[in-house]
Design a protein around this ligand. Structure first.
Ligand SMILES: CC(C)(COP(=O)(O)OP(=O)(O)OC[C@H]1O[C@@H](n2cnc3c(N)ncnc32)[C@H](O)[C@@H]1OP(=O)(O)O)[C@@H](O)C(=O)NCCC(=O)NCCS
Length: 141
């Protein structure tokens, strides 16, 4: 199993159902499509099992040594089988020069990042009423 880079609008559309599971605001989708397909520092990767797309992970290289994990999602039927970890480690293998990784997430996924050995620090929510949010930070293995 290998992760594959999304390089076409067709493959982006294919990844959309999983990407939507990781999205906070739908209105941001067109901007992310533009970034994933045209910005050299921003990438979307997919993971297939046989013919089935089972996971996606997105990243933005903020500096030569620092990467932001922008989106991650695993098909609900395939969760808790190690695929989320596989996506993060696969992404890190594709970017060996990136030493430090971070992301912002809510209280749904924070336990996942803690299990990966990342730290999680509460951050102020951008809007009142949003769920608690965390900045998670980890190092490449
Ligand atoms: C977060 C997500 C990607 C995790 O994927 P996954 O394939 O289920 O994760 P893994 O099976 O690789 O889990 C890795 C470790 O994290 C733990 N873990 C995963 N999800 C967890 C959760 N919700 N609560 C507690 N622990 C969790 C696993 O038990 C495992 O621990 P272990 O290594 O000690 O066995 C998946 O739940 C998902 O797609 N969520 C919806 C989208 C989302 O919230 N994305 C993140 C915000 S952008």
């Amino acid at each position: 199993m290998r992760i594959q880079l999304v390089t076409s609008a067709w493959r982006f559309q294919e990844a959309l159902p999983l990407l939507l599971l990781a999205f906070g605001r739908l209105s941001a989708l067109p901007e992310w499509q533009r970034r994933y397909l045209t910005d050299d520092t921003t990438q979307l990767w997919t993971l297939n099992e046989g013919n089935q797309l089972v996971g996606i992970v997105g990243m933005h290289q903020t500096t030569p040594q620092v990467g932001e994990l922008t989106h991650i999602a695993v098909n609900p039927e395939h969760r808790l089988r190690g695929l989320g970890r596989w996506l993060v480690e696969g992404l890190q293998r594709q970017h060996p020069s990136i030493a430090r990784w971070w992301c912002e997430t809510d209280d749904d996924a924070v336990a996942f990042y803690r299990r990966l050995g990342w730290t999680a620090t509460p951050v102020r929510s951008p809007h009142p009423g949003w769920r608690p949010r965390y900045r998670c930070e980890g190092e490449s293995n």
